[in-house]
Structures are given as C-alpha cells and as structure tokens.
Design a binder for this molecule. Structure first.
Ligand SMILES: [Zn+2]
Length: 201
C-alpha cells in the first residue's frame, strides 16, 4: 500500500442520517483488509511509535515541513479558488483557530499537535484515493494534508475537518490513521465533537 490514506464520500444531504461510503488509498475496504503487508506494516509502525513516544511525533512534524501559520498553531490553511465565500470572511481564521482549539481540548491534546498539516478547502468534491473516487474529506498521512469539500457547508465546522483531524491524531498515536474506522472513538466520541462544531459561530 503506497500510503495510509483515507477518504469519505458523503451522499448529498437530506433529512436522512449521513450515509458514508469509504475509500482508502484507491483500494476497496475488502482489498485493504486482505493486504497482509499493510497490516504487518501497521503493527510494526505502531510498536515503534510506542517505543519512541515523543520522538515519533517530532519526526512526523519534521516530515510535514514548513512552519505553517503561527496563529493557527502551525496549520497551513488554504482556500481553493472555488472555496465558499465564508473562507474570505474577516473572522474566518479566528473561527479556524477556535475549531483547532476545541478539537484539541476534546481529544486532550495541544492545538500545536496539529502543526505541519496543510488544510485546503475546496468548493466541490475532491479526487481521493488515487482512483476515480470523489470525496468530501481526505487525510493523506504521507503528505500531511487534509483536503475538504466545503460546497454545502456554512462554516469550517460543518466540513469533514473534525473527522479528518481524528485520522491525523490516530496516525500520530498509533502509526495508523485507521482508514477502516475500527477505533471506538469514531462512534463513541467523535459525533459529540462534530455536533458541537456544526453549529456555526
Ligand atoms: Zn474517515
């Protein structure tokens, strides 16, 4: 597997609960499960992560490169040309900063732990997984990037950013971004954060 990658396709909004279809690095979930190499590597990295502790986190930060935006705790927040108009509002960076602080507090980490990520907001679905899939969010651990489709959102908190930040934290904590969403935090904790952030300031 080339990369630990994750993506989400969100079916257009309706009154129904969100339906999520997952793609992972251009492979189907079944293929990802069937790949012994990927699982072997995940275990190896996780073990090394526990041994190295802080040093592992530092290595990831160095690999991400660039100091990012100091006001956003080292996150480089970018807007594509087709990004929603709210990304040009004077309060946008304040809201982004507040979101990072809220997510960090929720997961009991520091906002600086997100440093090195490049977050790009688009106004349409984005390619993901190296295939033909279209997604609303995609975290790529190797590139330290999060791409977001924000076309149907009224603020950053309504994008997949909270979801993708958890992928990033899991990657830092375990060495795997958990593309198959097996960690209990996906269902037991993340919805609470998402609900809180979905109310726009
Ligand atoms: Zn995901």
């Amino acid at each position: 597997m080339r990369d630990v990658a994750d993506s989400v396709i969100r079916i257009p909004r309706s009154g129904l609960p969100r339906l999520l279809i997952e793609q992972h690095g251009g492979q189907s979930s079944a293929q990802a499960v069937a790949s012994p190499d990927a699982h072997l590597r995940s275990r190896r990295v996780a073990t090394r992560s526990r041994i190295l502790g802080t040093a592992w986190g530092l290595a990831i930060a160095l690999a991400c490169g660039g100091p990012g935006d100091p006001y956003l705790y080292g996150v480089d927040l970018r807007s594509a040309l087709d990004a929603p108009s709210y990304t040009a509002a004077p309060t946008y960076r304040d809201q982004a900063r507040a979101l990072l602080e809220a997510a960090a507090a929720f997961w009991k980490v520091q906002p600086q732990d997100f440093a090195g990520l490049t977050v790009t907001v688009y106004g349409a679905t984005i390619p993901c997984g190296g295939g033909t899939g279209r997604c609303t969010g995609w975290f790529q651990s190797g590139a330290c990037t999060i791409d977001l489709d924000a076309e149907q959102t009224a603020c950053l908190g309504q994008t997949q950013l909270p979801h993708e930040l958890l992928h990033y934290l899991l990657y830092r904590w375990t060495g795997s971004s958990d593309p198959l969403h097996t960690d209990p935090r996906w269902t037991q904790q993340l919805p609470t954060l998402e609900a809180a952030l979905a109310t726009c300031p």
